[in-house]
Ligand binder design. Structure first.
Ligand SMILES: Nc1nc2c(c(=O)[nH]1)N[C@H]1C(S)=C(S)[C@@H](COP(=O)(O)OP(=O)(O)OC[C@H]3O[C@@H](n4cnc5c(=O)[nH]c(N)nc54)[C@H](O)[C@@H]3O)O[C@H]1N2
Ligand SMILES: Nc1nc2c(c(=O)[nH]1)N[C@H]1C(S)=C(S)[C@@H](COP(=O)(O)OP(=O)(O)OC[C@H]3O[C@@H](n4cnc5c(=O)[nH]c(N)nc54)[C@H](O)[C@@H]3O)O[C@H]1N2
Ligand code: SF4
Ligand SMILES: [Mo]
Length: 733
């Protein structure tokens, strides 16, 4: 169906699609020309959730979608010469089928590892089909960006509510008070809190007389728009929150509105964290800690929200636990204006038993599993440490761990030593350059979109489906790539024939099983959808809380008839549906977290280092993979070391600084700013494109912040990586 390239642009059309680039899930209206190129992107004014909001990344959708450096056919690397050639799909899968099962047969199932990166949370393929790959692999060496990100939040929720997918979000549009720690939604547009136009929603909070308090070692754009900004020493948020808990108890301000266990254990644990000692750790004045407690208790409704700056920190899980402890103690869990659980149109995984982490442990460092994964910080150990179960082959899918994992630079070398590597990725970059085979996904505009994951964390209940806007031509969808990869690894037929399509067979199996367990086999014929993927979506929508087979009227058809999306109303209380703890109550004092308090008391990183390193994000960037879009790079989106002018003077720095940590060292341009706390430096991650094949990114390579982060330091309960509060020395370069 490709148009004749010489034909005039007669078939320009405007098409609707959800933006897949960050967690905000904004509606886009794209202009697509007769050659199926995306030539424009605007916010979809008729989307009931995003209402036309758009950020510069969404506006650059066309440049990202049409990037000339995108890989369009499978690539194979010749290990002898290092050169790349394109190959057919069948040949690529045949090679994988000839190598991975053989490595598993010789070295055991654990010898093949998988790393799943962040864009999987944004694609239909990643959410519905990556599980097939995990199953086919049969290895415990499953890693993902989750342990470089939100695992502490999921672990804390898993322990408190019994389900790690039960993550409450601030009821942004109705709350009277937000205490925000370690998040900067004016750049990131929010995370574990799907809220298109997060900045506008914060502005509306203040306009209706509400209050926003931001806790961050930098005076960010979000902090600048807040009623109050508090500097906090990196890595010390757990003490601050304990100080608030202490004050709530000390001043009899608690007002618990849900059924809980562990209240007395919690009170005892908080006893030693009086505001004075908290001040000594955090730098936040004792009187401010007390005032925050009083304000949170007095506000008609309030929500404490904490994100990446507090997750990827040494006490990440304890911090995330205390966030919701404060929400519970102030009567703000599961009530309008507090923090609430979304009711997504498609149910998440339904759990029957309480969450239990640590079901197995990693081979080398004995680190606990959580949600079926091992910490990405120990991937390198599993590759480099000889012995039974050593990782010899790796699959990466939509991830760039060389730039995103702690100790990333060492992973670079470790990947070079693997026996075999496969990457499912649209670019030949710092990570995928080590692969033997790269399998590219189609362009986003060729892919369907439904936010299975992100809408579980939305601040309003909402659903929107975007079918593929441009035909696939003769290449597999990303879903098909996943399923064929799983088949190739599992020794199943992996190339389609006239009679056999691995994707349809797989989907039929899932549909059949789901219908059987719901006792609805006889209704198979009612499912609509042009592809088996769409039929699965239809089934999930029909069975979901608003579904046609569940007393409602939602189905795939409804979403196709409403391409701007459907508003399903404000969040509503549903804790009783969500709770999966053995007691049937919210556990305020999970033993696993109380056991981590000795470490908190010792507080190694809170011990004064000369300087500490933290990260940051920029509105026109996204992790490692958007530096190849010309309109997103340049200006203030640069890889610089932000540092306070007093520190520059004290340390005698010039234009470049040498930054050293226990893990490595880097030379980086200095950017003076009084928006950062003295004693703290900030470097963005996702840069260091010196070995990428992305032309634009390579010209402005920057440095890899994860040369400095240390894979030996972890948030112990979750195994999560620590990117914030890394001790460093800074000297003139
Ligand atoms: N120092 C430091 N390190 C950090 C962080 C930090 O704050 N500081 N943040 C951490 C966080 S929160 C995260 S989530 C991780 C991210 O870690 P990763 O997920 O490993 O890194 P990304 O840069 O998001 O890499 C995404 C990869 O997916 C590819 N890709 C893009 N779209 C698609 C697609 O549709 N399909 C496929 N198959 N591939 C696609 C891109 O080319 C790129 O290679 O980084 C973490 N690392
Ligand atoms: N534009 C853009 N948007 C993105 C991304 C991106 O790379 N660029 N990445 C996406 C991803 S993968 C994620 S996970 C989300 C993350 O979304 P956010 O959590 O909002 O991420 P950041 O903007 O990095 O904000 C983290 C803030 O924490 C502060 N901080 C650092 N250390 C500490 C600390 O110890 N304590 C406290 N209180 N604060 C600290 C930093 O100064 C920073 O301002 O953003 C998503 N959206
Ligand atoms: S805020 Fe996120 S979802 Fe919205 S347009 Fe920007 S990148 Fe896309
Ligand atoms: Mo992330």
């Amino acid at each position: 169906m490709a148009a004749n390239p010489a034909a005039p642009d007669t078939a320009v059309r405007n098409l609707l699609r959800t933006c897949p680039l960050c967690e905000a899930a904004c509606g886009l209206e794209l202009t697509v020309d007769s050659r199926d190129r995306v030539t424009g992107a605007r916010g979809d004014k008729l989307d009931p959730f995003s209402k036309g909001f758009l950020c510069p990344k969404g506006a650059s959708f066309g440049q990202l979608d049409g990037d000339p450096d995108r890989i369009t056919e499978p690539m194979m690397r010749d290990r002898g010469t290092g050169s790349w050639r394109t190959v057919g799909w069948a040949e690529a899968f045949d090679l994988i089928a000839s190598r991975i099962p053989a490595i598993k047969a010789e070295h055991g199932d654990q010898s093949v590892a998988l790393y799943l990166g962040n864009p999987n949370a944004h694609t239909v393929a990643g959410t519905l089909y990556a599980p097939a790959l995990i199953r086919a692999l049969g290895s415990r060496n499953v890693f993902s960006a989750s342990t470089a990100d939100q695992m502490p939040k999921q672990l804390a929720c898993g322990l408190m509510f019994g389900d790690p997918l039960a993550v409450p979000v601030p009821d942004l549009d109705r709350t009277d008070y937000v205490l925000m720690l370690g998040a900067n939604p004016l750049e990131s547009n929010g995370s574990l809190c799907t809220a298109p136009d997060f900045p506008g929603r914060l502005q509306a909070l203040r306009a209706r007389g509400g209050r926003l308090v931001v806790v961050d070692p930098r005076r960010t754009r979000t902090a600048a728009r807040a009623d109050e900004h508090l500097f906090v020493r990196p890595g010390t948020d757990a003490y601050l929150l304990f100080g608030i808990v202490h004050s709530l108890f000390a001043e009899n301000l608690t007002e618990v509105g849900v059924r809980v266990t562990g209240l007395e254990e919690l009170r005892a644990a908080a006893a030693e964290f009086d505001p004075e000692s908290v001040c000594a750790r955090t730098g936040v004045p004792a009187e401010t800690v007390r005032r925050l407690a009083r304000e949170l208790a007095a506000a008609p409704t309030a929500a404490v929200y904490a994100r990446i700056g507090t997750c990827t920190a040494e006490f990440g899980t304890v911090t995330q636990w205390l966030v919701d402890v404060v929400n519970v103690l102030t009567g703000n869990l599961d009530t309008p204006g507090g923090v609430m659980f979304a009711t997504a149109a498609v149910r998440g995984i339904v759990r029957t038993k309480p969450f239990r982490p640590g079901r197995w442990r990693s081979r080398v460092r004995d680190l606990p599993e959580a949600m079926g994964e091992l910490p990405v910080a120990t991937l390198i150990d599993e590759i480099r440490t000889p012995g039974e179960g050593q990782v010899r082959a790796l699959i990466t899918a939509a991830g760039n761990p060389v730039l995103s994992a702690p100790g990333g630079a060492r992973l670079d070398a470790a990947f070079a030593g693997l026996d075999f590597m496969v990457s499912l990725d649209c670019y030949l970059n710092e990570t995928t350059r080590h692969a033997d085979v790269i399998l590219p996904p189609p362009r986003p505009v060729q892919s369907p979109h439904y936010d299975f994951a992100l809408l579980q964390f939305a601040v309003r209940n909402y659903a929107r489906y975007s079918p593929p806007l441009v035909p696939l031509e003769d290449r597999p969808s990303e879903a098909a790539v996943y399923v064929r990869l799983a088949a190739a690894i599992g020794g199943q037929p992996h190339n389609p024939t006239a009679e056999y399509d691995p994707l349809t067979v797989f989907d039929e199996l899932v549909i059949g099983t789901t219908l059987r367990s719901a006792g609805l086999e006889q209704r198979r014929h009612e499912l609509s959808g042009r592809t088996s993927t769409e039929q699965r979506l239809d089934l999930m929508l029909r069975l979901g809380p608003y579904g046609e087979w569940n007393g409602g009227d939602l189905s795939l058809r409804t979403l196709l008839d409403n391409p701007h999306g459907i508003d399903l109303g404000a969040l509503r209380p549903r804790l009783s549906e969500v709770l999966r703890t053995a007691s049937g109550k919210v556990d305020l004092a999970p033993p696993l977290l109380l056991a981590d308090l000795d470490r908190l008391r010792a507080g190694s990183m809170a011990a004064p280092a000369e300087m500490v390193l933290i990260g940051r994000r920029h509105l026109r960037s996204n992790n490692s993979w958007m530096h190849n879009a010309p309109r997103l790079v340049g200006g203030t989106n640069r890889c610089t070391l932000q540092i306070h002018p007093d520190d520059i003077a004290r340390l005698g720095l010039g234009e470049q600084a040498l930054v050293k940590s226990a893990a490595g060292s880097l030379t980086v341009p200095v950017e003076a700013t009084d928006s950062i706390m003295p004693g703290v430096v900030s470097l963005p991650h996702g840069w260091g494109h010196t070995t990428s094949f992305q032309q634009v990114a390579r010209q402005n390579a920057g440095v890899n912040a994860n040369v400095l982060t240390d894979d030996s330091v972890l948030d112990v309960p979750s195994g999560n990586a620590v990117f914030n509060g890394v001790p460093v020395s800074v000297t003139p370069a």
